[in-house]
Design a protein around this ligand. Structure first.
Ligand code: NAP
Length: 331
């Protein structure tokens, strides 16, 4: 079969590799339909240790973290519910030496990397979703066990921001979404999101009042840099900033030490595959089950910008859209 693989100098190339035939115990074979290119697919290619230890690649160096397709065979020990189902896949949920994929025609992965999609949705619309939905889910688990009662979302109009908003609402956790445009604010309002603030001049006053009122002391920060620098003085006492993404690029984040003292701020990273939800098998299985029940929410779908064939991998990796929609590799 054809696969997009990593070369020793960390470029991508299309190779012929053996098609997996028999699923190993606990594994499924998936005929892949599509794979969205998420930020992580670019970041970890350039910088394998961006989230700590580099994750091992499979035997053929097949690249890609997200995708969707249909299960064509299940190994011993895989719940029967997976048989023949369309699934969304996020490879980093579970690793095994036998894993192959995802950017290939037939993936071979542990079933715990897959979320069963209902028959009435189109798998392709979820080909980049599971990483973002699981990140938001695992984050809410972590902050509630740390005692936080509400959350500020810096990348409010991103896929992770949308997923967080939907999951927080289901748990009655207040969420304040920061967005850059009134168009994004209006679109989120139409989706029923209650607290959206456009980050134009003076927004900090409103953020300060609302975050104190809602007890929003956990910051789900996918932006960093200038935005985080500007909101730090508005955060409530005892806030924790969780860095999980860098949409703001390389701009540094700065804060006065006195503010750090005064507000008793904390800062830490958040990485979905280092979370308890993903690392502990029973929690992961429970999370996948819970998410299966809600996945047809439109706030979880992948915004598809343009579809590419595997031979266009360079173009696909370079693709940028004005509205954050993603490049999708179709099989
Ligand atoms: N740590 C983890 O476990 C984990 C997991 C998943 C993703 N991530 C990271 O999370 C980040 C977000 O990923 P994603 O897939 O959710 O993003 P995404 O869907 O691609 O987000 C794109 C949208 O974010 C908004 N945005 C872009 N730059 C921004 C900025 N500087 N300030 C505010 N908003 C900005 C834009 O909306 P507007 O144009 O409307 O403003 C844009 O349309 C990435 O850095 C990704 O690598 C980390």
């Amino acid at each position: 079969m054809k696969a997009i693989c990593v070369t020793p100098d960390r470029e991508l190339e299309v190779r012929d590799i053996p098609t997996p035939i028999e699923p190993a115990p606990g594994h499924v074979l998936i005929d892949m339909d599509a794979s969205a290119i998420n930020h992580g697919d670019k970041t970890f290619l350039r910088m394998p240790t961006a989230a700590g230890n580099a994750l091992a690649l499979g035997p053929h160096g097949v690249w890609g973290a997200s995708g969707a397709g249909r299960v064509v065979a299940v190994g011993a020990g895989v719940p029967l519910a997976y048989t023949g189902k369309q699934v969304a896949v996020y490879r980093s949920l579970d690793r095994s030496p036998e894993s192959v994929g995802l950017w290939c025609e037939r993936a071979h992965v542990p079933y715990t990397t897959c979320l069963i999609l209902p028959d009435h949705v189109r798998a392709r619309d979820y080909c980049g979703s599971l990483v973002n939905v699981m990140t938001a889910y695992a984050f809410l688990e972590e902050i509630t066990s740390a005692g936080h009662k509400g959350v500020i979302v810096t990348a409010g109009n991103s896929a992770t921001g949308h997923a967080l908003a939907s999951l927080a609402r289901r748990r009655n956790i207040p969420a304040i979404l920061l967005v850059r445009t009134t168009a994004a604010r209006d679109a989120l309002a139409r989706l029923g999101v209650e607290h959206v603030i456009v980050t134009t001049e003076g927004f900090n006053d409103r953020l300060s009042v609302l975050s104190a009122e809602l007890g929003a002391t956990a910051v789900f920060d996918g932006v960093g840099g200038d935005l985080l620098t500007s909101i730090a003085p508005a955060l409530p006492m005892n806030s924790t900033i969780y860095f999980y993404g860098f949409l703001g690029g390389t701009a540094p984040f700065s804060i006065q030490s006195v503010l750090f003292m005064m507000k008793n701020l904390s800062m830490k990273r958040f990485s979905n595959f280092e979370s308890r939800t993903v690392k502990e098998q029973a929690r992961l299985v429970a999370a996948l089950k819970t998410l299966e029940g809600v996945i047809d929410d439109s706030m979880f779908t992948t915004r598809i910008g343009k579809e590419f064939h595997r031979d266009q991998i360079r173009l696909a990796m370079a693709y940028e859209s004005a509205d954050g929609a993603k490049a999708v590799l179709v099989t």
